[in-house]
Design a protein around this ligand. Structure first.
Ligand code: PEP
Length: 251
């Protein structure tokens, strides 16, 4: 079965509640009838206000992170139960900014993945090498380790709820994107890792997005590669004028 394209917007630490609601409304209007799977991930503070705007539309509501435990004395953290209560359907985990700026390890990310799945949430699991790792020829090794460690104890039954986002760190927010061929090659490596972790052929069934300076000008070249099933978009997801053409890349 052909994999469906999946375009998601990570709004990071941008947008007040009012700004988030305004953008969500514009996207709901402009993306009506878009055949691809769509998701937006506003900041935590805007989720409650954006939820009714996207409810019942073709845009899923995502969160950008969550705590690794369900509840308790964890000042400043946000629980999966709270997200579910707001109508959040998907959560981005293991983003490189969480890994690099907040010290998240594969082990911690794995705990979050398991918890999200236990609570019926979809996951966008981010993996990707740094520039230093790429220059040392270690991109495949790093991504293989991240995928294997972050999916530990995840059953094959739960795999349809996982999307992997391959995001080379050196391409995030830098304006430098991986070439479609380089990105496609890494996506193919990830499919082989999944075959090894689960069983032959399973990798072909998993949705793998590319992330890293995706914009209207390069979306089509990336998204029409055979192993690239969509995009996780940062900067260009903050404006209707740039996100909508990416989501409609093949119109
Ligand atoms: C991201 O944050 O996941 C991302 C890919 O950002 P950008 O599109 O801005 O590079």
């Amino acid at each position: 079965m052909a994999r469906r394209k999946y375009i998601a917007g990570n709004w990071k630490m941008h947008k007040t509640t009012g700004e988030a609601v305004a953008l969500a409304k514009e996207l709901v209007d402009s993306l009506k009838g878009c055949p691809h799977k769509l998701m937006i991930a506003p900041p935590f503070t805007a989720l409650a206000a954006v939820a009714p705007v996207v409810k019942g539309t073709n845009i899923l509501l995502g969160a950008q992170n969550m705590a690794s435990v369900e509840q308790g004395a964890h000042t400043g953290e946000v629980s999966v139960l709270m997200l579910k209560d707001l109508g959040v359907q998907s959560v981005i985990l293991g983003h490189s900014e969480r890994r690099i700026l907040y010290g998240e390890t594969d082990e911690l990310i794995n705990k979050k993945v398991i918890l999200a799945l236990t609570q019926g949430m979809e996951v966008v699991l981010c993996v990707g090498e740094t520039l230093e790792e790429r220059e040392k020829g270690k991109a495949e090794e790093v991504v293989t380790r991240q995928v294997s460690e972050c999916l530990k104890e995840v059953s094959e039954r739960d795999l349809p709820k996982i999307t992997i986002a391959y995001e080379p760190v050196w391409a995030i927010g830098t304006g430098k994107n991986a070439t479609p061929q380089d990105a496609d090659a890494l996506h193919s490596v990830i499919r082989k890792v999944l075959d090894t972790l689960y069983r032959a052929g399973i990798g072909e069934t998993v949705t793998i997005q590319y992330g890293g300076s995706v914009k209207p000008e390069n979306a089509k070249d990336l998204l029409t590669m055979p192993n690239i099933d969509g995009a996780l978009v940062g900067g260009a997801s903050l404006k209707k004028e740039t996100f909508v053409p990416i989501a409609w890349f093949d119109r």
